[in-house]
Ligand binder design. Structure first.
Ligand code: IMP
Ligand code: MG
Length: 190
């Protein structure tokens, strides 16, 4: 797509600083998969991927898990654009009740930030009566939390930095980067 047809303006000169390499991510994903295998050994869970941001994490995680899991998706949006939270959470699709009722469910998230999205997702999933419900997030930024929600499994815990790559976006860009980067969106002022 020609750059002048993009509907929202991206930073003119974004600066991407590497935080975690693909190798470091793969190692953490393998660790998380091993933890999940251990915790759910006799009770295969349904993994519910939170779209869009968790799609790459879920794809790698599911290939590292040995337990025969099932996969569902739900579509959530909390950020309208850019790096500022809109504070609103929209759930535009979610698993059928039959897919998760009576089953152990793990919600797979890209990042736990204010916690608004995850707590809305958990409330929604709980109404469909899973036998248990836990959260596995690739990234956790607890300093930004405004509601009380915790990750049962977290890949990397950090502070500051708006991050992109490995599924995470800035205005729908950068999801395909294989590593995770801090985005300095203010770089156009330099
Ligand atoms: P929360 O509701 O504030 O916890 O936000 C969760 C959602 O906001 C995530 O699923 C992401 O889509 C988005 N988000 C929060 N922080 C970042 C970030 O640093 N980079 C990219 N997306 C983010
Ligand atoms: Mg996003």
């Amino acid at each position: 797509m020609p750059s002048n047809s993009h509907p929202v303006s991206l930073p003119a000169r974004p600066v991407l600083t590497p935080l975690w390499t693909p190798e470091q991510i793969a190692k953490r994903v393998a660790d998380l998969a091993a933890e999940i295998d251990q915790d759910y050994v006799s009770n295969p869970p349904v993994l519910v991927g939170a779209l869009k941001g968790a799609f790459i994490f879920l794809a790698d995680l599911v290939r590292a898990i040995q337990t025969p899991v099932e996969i569902e998706f739900m579509r959530l949006s909390s950020y309208d654009a850019g790096t500022a939270s809109s504070g609103r959470v929209r759930i535009s699709s979610s698993p059928e009740r039959e897919a998760i009722e009576g089953r152990p469910v793990i919600l797979i998230e890209d990042i736990l930030d204010t916690g608004l999205t995850t707590s809305a997702a958990l409330r929604h999933l709980r109404r469909k009566r899973p036998s248990s419900l836990t959260v596995c997030t690739l990234l956790d930024r607890p300093e930004r939390r405004v509601v009380d929600v915790k990750a049962d499994y977290a890949g990397f815990t950090f502070s500051g930095h708006f991050v992109v790559g490995y599924g995470l976006d800035y205005d729908q860009q950068y999801r395909g980067l294989p590593g995770i980067y801090a985005l300095d969106a203010g770089a156009q002022h330099q």
